[in-house]
Ligand binder design. Structure first.
Ligand code: S3P
Length: 180
C-alpha cells in the first residue's frame, strides 16, 4: 500500500483533449501545470516529431519515463501526459503515486477529426491514420482504463465542462492506495 499524492494526472489517447483541458483546470484552480510532452520538447530542444525522427521512439519513451519519474505530487498541480505514457507499467505506477488519475476518452471519429486539425503526431503519419487510430485505441484502451481512477468521455463536452468534471473527480475523497 502506498500513499497517493495531490496531483491531478490526465491520461488518454491523442486528441482526447488532455492539453487543453489541463490548461483549463490549471487556470480554474490557479494550479501549476506540467505537461510531459512540453517538458520533452524543452529537454530535446526540438518538436516531438523531430525527436521521433532523429532519436527514435524508444529514446523518446525512455526520456518520457525519466520525466515522469521527476514529477512531484506533494502539492496540488495538474500533470498532462502524452498518449503513450501508459504503455509502461512502471510509468503507470509512478503516475498513480502522484495523485488522482483521470483518463479522457473520445469516440474514434471525434479523435480523428481533432487530430486531423494538427498533423504533428508522428504515430499518425501513416497511409491510413483513421485505421491507425483504431488499432492503437484497441491496444491502449484497457491500459487507460486500468490506470485511471476516473474516466471522462470528452466526445460531446466543451473543454470547460470536462475541466469541471475532472475537478469534481479530483475533489472526491482520495482513493486509498495505489494498486502496486
Ligand atoms: C503519443 C502521443 C503524443 C506524444 C507522442 C506519442 C502516443 O502526445 O507524446 O507523439 O504514443 O500516443 P499527445 O497524446 O498529447 O498527442
Amino acid at each position: 500500500m502506498r500513499e497517493r499524492g495531490q496531483a491531478l494526472v490526465l491520461t488518454g489517447f491523442m486528441g482526447t483533449g488532455k492539453s487543453s483541458v489541463g490548461r483549463e483546470i490549471a487556470r480554474m484552480c490557479a494550479a501549476p501545470i506540467f505537461d510531459t510532452d512540453k517538458l520533452l520538447v524543452e529537454r530535446f530542444g526540438m518538436p516531438v516529431s523531430r525527436i521521433f525522427e532523429q532519436d527514435g521512439e524508444p529514446r523518446f519513451r525512455d526520456a518520457e519515463s525519466e520525466i515522469v519519474a521527476e514529477l512531484r505530487g506533494d502539492r496540488p498541480c495538474v500533470i498532462v501526459t502524452g498518449g503513450g505514457a501508459v504503455l509502461r507499467a512502471s510509468n503507470v505506477e509512478m503516475l498513480r503515486a502522484l495523485g488522482t488519475v483521470i483518463a479522457l476518452t473520445a469516440e474514434p471519429d471525434v479523435i480523428f477529426e481533432r487530430v486531423s486539425r494538427r498533423p504533428s503526431r508522428p504515430l499518425l503519419q501513416t497511409a491510413d491514420p483513421r485505421a491507425t487510430i483504431e488499432l492503437l485505441l484497441a491496444e491502449r484502451e484497457p491500459l487507460y482504463r486500468d490506470a485511471a481512477d476516473h474516466v471522462i468521455d470528452t466526445s460531446a463536452l466543451s473543454h470547460a465542462d470536462v475541466a469541471h468534471a475532472a475537478i469534481r473527480a479530483w475533489q472526491q475523497p482520495a482513493p486509498t492506495a495505489s494498486r502496486q
